[in-house]
Design a protein around this ligand. Structure first.
Ligand code: SF4
Length: 204
């Protein structure tokens, strides 16, 4: 099969502002994959869990939908690493896009062609050990006090990768948990805060 005809289940694509992490604030084109079997209670993209036959798009269709202003592409989900992304990322790379991926890290990461890998580990299905050395950014969602020790456990595995360390409040717990995150970062300055500014701005 020609690479252009390989297809993937795509929940949605949109051009917006990256709201989270190190690249928060830049314009980015998002490709949201369907499929995730981790099922975090607080997931804000539950609609992407289920893989729908009708949502499959070919690489050709995905690329044709990207507008000419786009420089950075964020591949997210769901869990995009459930799929071998190489047929898509190799063509995006050839076209000159900067490629970022957001993943739980619990599936193998084919890092060729990818410029920035953000791993957001989940307690229910921890990252594969081999993935820690591939990541550029570790993003831990903080819902409650126990998540700070989970963050340190994950940072320990990541310590050789020299990556950016982010703590991000779980959106619905924002008001309660934010003061604790601020205080924690002041005491542990290797971390930085990640806010979901797209939610504050009310954009996708
Ligand atoms: Fe949602 Fe991500 Fe958790 Fe999957 S890993 S359930 S997409 S937050």
């Amino acid at each position: 099969m020609k690479i252009n005809n390989v297809s993937f289940p795509i929940k949605e694509t949109f051009y917006s502002i990256q709201g989270e992490g190190f690249f928060s604030g830049i314009a980015a084109y998002f490709i949201r994959f369907e499929g995730c079997n981790i099922q975090c209670d607080w997931c804000d993209t539950k609609s992407s869990w289920k893989i729908e036959k009708k949502d499959f798009l070919t690489v050709h269709q995905i690329i044709n939908n990207i507008n000419e202003k786009v420089k950075t592409i964020v591949i997210t989900g769901g869990e995009p690493m459930m799929w071998n992304l190489t047929p898509l990322t190799s063509i995006l790379k050839k076209k000159g896009y900067r490629i970022h991926v957001e993943t739980s890290g619990s599936y193998p990461i084919h890092e060729k062609d990818i410029d920035w890998i953000t791993i957001s580990p989940k307690k229910k299905k921890r990252p594969l050990k081999e993935n820690y050395k591939k990541m550029n950014e570790l993003k831990i969602i903080i819902c409650n006090d126990s998540d700070f020790s989970f963050a340190e456990e994950q940072a320990f595995y990541a310590k050789k990768s020299n990556c950016v360390l982010c703590l991000q409040p779980e959106w619905k717990n924002n008001i309660k948990i934010l003061p604790k995150i601020i205080s924690y970062i002041k005491n542990h300055p290797k971390w930085k805060i990640s806010l979901q500014i797209h939610k504050i701005l009310n954009i996708p």
